[in-house]
Unconditional design. Structure first.
Length: 98
């Protein structure tokens, strides 16, 4: 399998009480989609890069904590905020994400 630069990065936000089954399911889904595209289309297939982001309470920043292609600069084109069984993220988390 030939490797080339990911064509799209999808960021997934982690926060207290996030439904991690959703996080892992989305990550797996995008990874499988990339694998299937590569098998069917070859080296020119689009690659979906998946990164996980977590708000840092100490400096009001959002940090990348996991990345399928960490050797490249991060440039998410879409960000997913998975749900939680406890409702929306706290106001502090939402403020940090904005």
């Amino acid at each position: 399998m030939e490797f080339h630069y990911p064509s799209m990065e999808i960021g997934i936000v982690l926060y207290p009480d996030v439904a991690f089954a959703t996080v892992h399911g989305l990550t797996d889904m995008f990874t499988v989609a990339t694998t299937l595209a590569n098998e069917r289309m070859g080296a020119n297939a689009p690659i979906l890069r998946v990164s996980h982001w977590r708000p840092n309470d100490s400096n009001d920043a959002v940090e990348c904590v996991s990345d399928t292609h960490p050797q490249f600069e991060s440039r998410p084109v879409a960000v997913i905020v998975p749900g939680s069984w406890k409702g929306v993220p706290s106001a502090k988390v939402i403020q940090c994400l904005v």
